[in-house]
Design a protein around this ligand. Structure first.
Ligand SMILES: Nc1ncnc2c1ncn2[C@@H]1O[C@H](COP(=O)(O)OP(=O)(O)OP(=O)(O)O)[C@@H](O)[C@H]1O
Ligand SMILES: [Mg+2]
Length: 318
C-alpha cells in the first residue's frame, strides 16, 4: 500500500450554507467554498465579522449540515464519519458556554473521561503553560480564562488536527505569544492547525497560508510570505535638507507621501528606480523599506483595492 503523504488534511468542495434571513429573504453564510489545507501547516482563516468563518468551522465539525457541497477531513466525508473524525480533531468553539456550574478542573476531568487516553501530566503542563487556574467555576471565568479552558480542552488529547475558532480572541499579548509558541511546536510535530481570526496581525507571524473570506465568499488564499509582498511597500527616506512632500513632484509608482518623524514616508508600487532618480538631487541620509502589514494588504483587497491601483496609475501617467 502506498501512502500519499501530501493528501490534504481538509478538503472542501463547493461548500455552501444558506440561511433564512427573514420570511422572504435568504443569505449565503457560505458560498461555493473550495479550499484545501495540507498536513503540517498552520492555516489562517480570516475575515471580518459575519464573513462565514464560524459557519465553515461548524460545517467541518458536522454541527450543521451544508445546503450543498462537501467537505472531507483525513479523506473522510465529514457528514458520514463525524464520530470517528471528532476523535482526531481538537476543537475550540468561538464561545464556551457549557458547564457553567462546574469548575475548570471538573470540566477537564469530565471531558478527559469521555474522550479517554488523555495524559494527566500533559494536561497539567498545558494548564501551567497557559497560566490557567482550574479551581474556579466556569461562570466566574473572564473571557480570556474561558478561552484558556477551551484551549486546554482542544489540545489535551494531542490531536492530529486542531480547528480553532478565534483562539486568540480575549488573550492578552503575553498569552498570545505563548499561544503562538504552542502552535509552532504543534506544527513542528507535523500536526495541522486551522484557525480563524479577524485580526490579521495576530496570526501573520505563525500562519503558513491565509484565506480571506468576506460575505461568505473566498477572496484570496495566499502564503503569508506572498501576501506581504503584494502590490506595495512603505519606504521612509530621510533627506539632509527639509523637503516638503509636494516638492518631489509625481514619481511613477509612488503615492501617499507624508512627512513623518523618520522622514518622508511613501507608498511604492513596482521598481525603485524612478524613486531613486527623483531623489537624485538630494542627499539621502537613510532609507527604510517596510512590507505592508496583512492588515494593509487586507484593506487593499477590499474597499481600498481601487485606491491602491489609482495611486499606481496616477503615478505612472502623470
Ligand atoms: N443560525 C443562523 N441563522 C441565520 N443566519 C445565520 C446563522 N448563523 C450564522 N448566520 C449568518 O451567517 C453569516 C456568517 O456568520 P458566521 O457566524 O459564520 O460569521 P463569522 O465569520 O464567524 O463572524 P464573527 O467574526 O463575527 O464570528 C452572518 O451573516 C450570520 O448572521
Ligand atoms: Mg465567528
Amino acid at each position: 500500500m502506498t501512502l500519499n503523504h501530501t493528501a490534504p488534511v481538509i478538503e472542501i468542495e463547493k461548500l455552501s450554507k444558506v440561511y433564512q434571513k427573514s420570511r422572504t429573504e435568504t443569505i449565503y453564510a457560505l458560498k461555493d467554498l473550495d479550499l484545501s489545507v495540507h498536513p503540517g501547516e498552520i492555516f489562517g482563516y480570516l475575515g471580518p465579522n459575519g464573513a462565514g468563518k464560524t459557519t465553515t468551522i461548524r460545517l467541518l465539525l458536522d454541527l450543521i449540515r451544508p445546503t450543498h457541497g462537501r467537505a472531507a477531513i483525513f479523506g473522510q466525508d465529514v457528514n458520514q464519519h463525524s464520530v470517528a473524525l471528532h476523535q482526531r480533531i481538537g476543537f475550540l468553539p468561538g464561545e464556551l458556554n457549557l458547564w457553567k456550574n462546574l469548575t475548570g478542573r471538573q470540566v477537564i476531568q469530565y471531558v478527559a473521561r469521555v474522550r479517554g487516553g488523555v495524559d494527566e501530566s500533559y494536561v497539567r503542563r498545558l494548564s501551567e503553560r497557559l497560566q490557567f487556574d482550574p479551581t474556579l467555576r466556569v461562570r466566574s471565568y473572564s473571557s480570556g480564562n474561558r478561552r484558556k479552558l477551551g484551549l486546554v480542552l482542544a489540545l489535551m488529547n494531542q490531536p492530529e488536527l486542531l480547528i480553532l475558532d478565534e483562539p486568540t480572541n480575549g488573550l492578552d499579548p503575553l498569552m498570545q505569544q505563548i499561544f503562538n509558541e504552542m502552535m509552532l511546536e504543534i506544527r513542528g510535530e507535523g500536526r495541522t492547525v486551522f484557525l480563524s481570526s479577524h485580526i490579521l496581525s495576530e496570526v501573520q507571524s505563525i500562519c503558513d497560508r491565509v484565506a480571506i473570506l468576506r460575505n461568505g465568499e473566498l477572496k484570496a488564499v495566499e502564503t503569508v510570505t506572498n501576501l506581504t509582498h503584494v502590490d506595495f511597500r512603505w519606504v521612509t527616506v530621510r533627506l539632509q535638507q527639509p523637503v516638503q512632500p509636494n516638492q518631489l513632484g509625481s514619481i511613477p509608482g509612488v503615492s501617499d507621501i507624508s512627512q513623518t518623524e523618520g522622514g518622508l514616508r511613501l507608498r511604492l508600487v513596482g521598481d525603485f528606480d524612478p524613486l531613486l532618480r527623483a531623489l537624485g538631487p538630494y542627499y539621502v541620509q537613510d532609507m527604510r523599506v517596510q512590507e505592508p502589514t496583512l492588515e494593509e494588504v487586507f484593506l487593499a483587497f477590499y474597499g481600498n483595492h481601487n485606491a491602491v491601483h489609482a495611486g499606481q496609475v496616477e503615478g505612472r501617467v502623470s
